[in-house]
Design a binder for this molecule. Sequence first.
Ligand SMILES: [Zn+2]
Length: 301
Amino acid sequence: MLITGKEMLDVAKANKFAVPAFNAGSGQLLTAVMESAEEKQAPFIMAIHPLELEFLRDSFISQVIYECNHTKVPIAIHLDHGATIEQVIHAIKLGFTSVMIDSSHLSFEENIKTTKKVVEIAHAEGVSVEAELGTIGDTGNTVEGGVSEVIYTDPDVAEEFVSRTNIDSLAIAIGTAHGIYPKDIKPQLRLDILEEISKATEIPLVLHGGSSNPDREVMESIRLGIAKINISSDIKISFTNKLREILNGDNLEIREPNVIFPDCIVEARKTANHKFDIFNTTNKAKCFSLNYSEKLLGELV
Ligand SMILES: [Zn+2]
């Protein structure tokens, strides 16, 4: 079932769970997260970064839409880190139901200006918008990128940003970084900042760079208002670790994709299953069908 980002995250916020946004940047990873979502009866967001879209080609989105139309599990298709208005319009034309415009590197006023414009365009098409305030770190080796030093989101201006732009969800910087942290760096989430932003704003909050943060910290962030957590590296690492093992094995003749990839899919699926469990998303598909029946009942009455 294909739904918008807003429909997804409003239900998540109201029911105190977070939806994983998986950057499943290949057909095999799409299979892994689809199978995991079906098994766990859990909604998820299919996140696609512009660089991933360029690699996958536009036709990949038709495949994702097909999958959404053939499952009861709610799914939103989301443009991750849209950098320009052109990229956003392209995504909307392809059938994305949610877009992110990331102008976080611009000044506060410029960020508002670009974001507002994207909201006007996207909302006219019924597409939801996520924007970012503050900057998310980067550990290297990711498509998402980021900055080497995190600028924490200022809770004092978060509400102003939300009300002036009319966005549907807000990505905040509370100390996470894209990718996997080097061994000598322990990620420390500033949950105090999250708490302040959560109090000041009404809309669902988004955590980027959610891979390799301790489970208990992530679970606490959900309690404090995080409704979407971006997971890219963790599913890709499970997949490629298995792939490396298979290709480095004794069978030098191994070449058929349908022989090589199934075990890699199983590994990525295990990671996705774990994320659904710790994000409290498992079995939450029913929250959406309930909403729908209630709405329908309301209309009939
Ligand atoms: Zn990100």
